[in-house]
Design a protein around this ligand. Sequence first.
Ligand SMILES: Nc1ncnc2c1ncn2[C@@H]1O[C@H](COP(=O)(O)OP(=O)(O)OP(=O)(O)O)[C@@H](O)[C@H]1O
Ligand SMILES: [Mg+2]
Length: 254
Amino acid sequence: MTRFLHSNPKSRRSAHASVAPLNDDEGIAAVAAVDVQKTYHLGSVEVRALEGVSVSAIHGEMICIMGKSGSGKSTLLRQLSLIDHPTGGEVFVDGRVTSGMPEGQRARLRLERLGYVFQEYALIPELTAIENVLLPAMQLLGNAGHNRSHAAELLDAVGLGDRLDHRPKELSGGQQQRVAIARALVNSPSIVFADEPTANLDSISAKTVMDTLTRLNRDTGVTILFVSHDPDDAVYASRLIYLADGKVVEGVSL
Ligand SMILES: Nc1ncnc2c1ncn2[C@@H]1O[C@H](COP(=O)(O)OP(=O)(O)OP(=O)(O)O)[C@@H](O)[C@H]1O
Ligand SMILES: [Mg+2]
């Protein structure tokens, strides 16, 4: 595997976290973290999960985030996707400073621009596949988000056109993961985050899921950041970011 490098050499760490990092060729980064820290407090125990991480993704990139268990991969994805608030540093989405943003505006930005595929699918068990896919659209647009034909098209695109009315327990793990991908796409995000999208899958389902993400990136230009434990998955990426102990390790290639 030779195509895949290390942390983006073009990304510049900004001296001031309120200044959006630029990429030389492409203008403003799709998403960027500048000196992001995340510390968890559990009683008297302090866990420093991210210790000053600076990364950025250019529009259209497909980035694989790797590192040992506990290195901070999920924590980083949650900060970049605005699911969580960092303890320090700044996250930029399309050049916009996100710290201090009112919660409503932040939620709207997240729903409009960012899709998230959870490792454990996180589908609502009582809802059918198509209802699960519609959920973020309804959160964003209310009843106007009830666009069943759009949701059906997305499920069709991930090979589940004949499973619209199945509930999660009536689907295989790989099929549930593909429902989760369709759900992440329903609001036409410009960036999709996927946390270990293949970790719970057999090798054939894993390949189908990775092929789905690759096709999405190639055909629609959606920026994708995915986490994986599996070195084989890095072949799908245009770039590798390696984390160890809450920090980016430069120069790792597989
Ligand atoms: N909510 C939390 N409260 C306290 N500590 C946490 C919390 N979430 C994560 N941590 C700690 O932060 C560190 C980084 O966790 P994280 O889940 O980001 O790792 P990871 O690289 O995704 O690991 P894995 O590959 O096992 O999923 C770990 O030491 C973990 O125990
Ligand atoms: Mg994780």
